[in-house]
Structure formats: C-alpha cells, structure tokens
Design a protein around this ligand. Structure first.
Ligand SMILES: N[C@@H](CCC(=O)N[C@@H](CS)C(=O)NCC(=O)O)C(=O)O
Length: 219
C-alpha cells in the first residue's frame, strides 16, 4: 500500500490548499490534519518541531517531514505517478518556476495578504478589515495581474499547453481575489478570467475549496 501524505494545515489557507491540490492531481492518497484558524495550533512546540517557522502547510510522508509549499509540490509530483505537473521543456519549466516565485513574492503579500485576507478571510471570523492594507496592496496586485497576463499570452496554461504547478499554485490566490470588489475591478476584461474558469472546473480545485474542506473536517 502506498503511504498516505499527511497534510498539516488550516482549511481555507491558499498555501495549504496547494499541497492538497497536488495530491488530488497526482491521485496521491492523503489526509488533512486540520487545525482551526486563530488557535495558535501552528505555534505549539509540537508543530514547531516539524516546521520551525510555524507556517502552513507541513507534510509527513512516512518518516519524511517537509515544509514549504513549493518543495512539497515538487516532491509529490516526483514521487507519485500520474501526469507530470512540471513541463519537460526547459523554457516552459523556467516559466513555471518564474510564476511560482511571482506568486510567493508578489501575489501572496498583495493579492492574498492585502486584499484576500482582509476581504474574504477576516469577515468570516468577525475581524475588522484593514482598509489601508487593501488600498496599499492595489498597485502590486495590478503589477501581478499584468505580469501573469503577459506570461499566459495565448496559451491555455501559464507554462504552456498543459497544467503545471504554476497554475495549481496561483489559482487559489485568484479565487479569493475574484470574490472581492477590488478583484472585480482589477480583473475586468482580463484574459486571466478564462484561465480562472478552466482552473475552477478542475476536480482538484472543487474538492479543495474552503467550503468543501469545512464540510469534511472539524476545523
Ligand atoms: N513560505 C511558506 C509560506 C506559507 C504561509 O505563509 N502560510 C500561511 C497560511 S496561507 C501561514 O502559515 N500563516 C500562519 C502564520 O503565519 O502564522 C510556504 O510556501 O509554505
């Protein structure tokens, strides 16, 4: 029997979702060890022993413990059968890597940290919205959207004809953005909308929405 992947994480987190999506895409057996938001469960000595940065996700695969979503995605892609999520062409692979870094460095702090967290996550927990943070995120969010539109060009997916880790890791951030008024303005008429529709239709995405995970976990 193939050893299942245990994913430690909070349902709703776009980073935790990346690990789950890759398991779904590869057909890898997995289980979400769900923690509740705001409880400090990712700062306990037990969790910090697995991930000293106290961030999510962390996975366990047998006795192998791994944190950082990009490393997790690449590991699962290499270890499990199923369609490769990494292009074999070096230039397409470089585009994938480029997008993964754009997502971590620029999309995460603006589109997710600034807009998505304030407009989608905080209201669910009755937390006050930081309007200044939303406004401050807009210029970088615009730059991210323009850059990804440029990379997508006329292709169906960000690294070419086939879906890759680039699409799978970028989409969750855009799903939240699409639920906000700012996202409505920023994405109006964008070629990314067609890409978002294609991504939203994937079973891996539908099985890992916040709503679906909330139904299947106690957190
Ligand atoms: N560089 C990390 C970032 C992960 C990350 O920031 N995750 C967020 C959730 S979306 C988190 O752990 N937040 C909880 C915290 O900062 O305490 C990765 O790629 O896995």
């Amino acid at each position: 029997m193939v050893e299942p992947i245990v994913v430690h994480g909070i349902p709703g987190s776009p980073y935790v979702r990346k690990a789950l999506i890759v398991c779904e895409e590869k057909g890898a057996p997995y289980r979400l060890d769900a923690m509740a938001f705001g409880t400090g469960a990712n700062k306990t000595p037990e969790y910090l022993a697995r991930n000293p940065f106290g961030r999510l996700p962390t996975i366990e695969h047998g006795d192998f413990v791994l944190y950082e979503a990009q490393a997790i995605g690449r590991y699962i892609d290499r270890v499990f059968d199923g369609p490769s999520l990494t292009p074999s062409d070096p230039r397409q692979a470089a585009r994938m890597d480029q997008v993964l870094n754009i997502v971590d460095w620029y999309v995460m702090p603006s589109i997710s940290g600034g807009i998505g967290f304030n407009r989608v996550v905080k209201p669910k927990f009755g937390m006050p919205v930081d309007e200044e943070a939303v406004a401050n995120a807009l210029p970088m969010a615009r730059t991210c959207i323009a850059a990804l539109e440029d990379i997508l060009g006329a292709q169906p997916y960000l690294a070419g004809e086939a879906v890759s880790l680039a699409d799978l890791f970028a989409y969750g951030h855009f799903e939240f953005l699409g639920q906000t008024p700012e996202g409505g303005d920023l994405l109006a008429g964008s070629p990314l909308l067609g890409w978002m529709e294609r991504m939203a239709a994937r079973p891996s995405m539908q099985k890992t929405t916040w709503e679906r995970l909330a139904e299947t976990t106690a957190a």
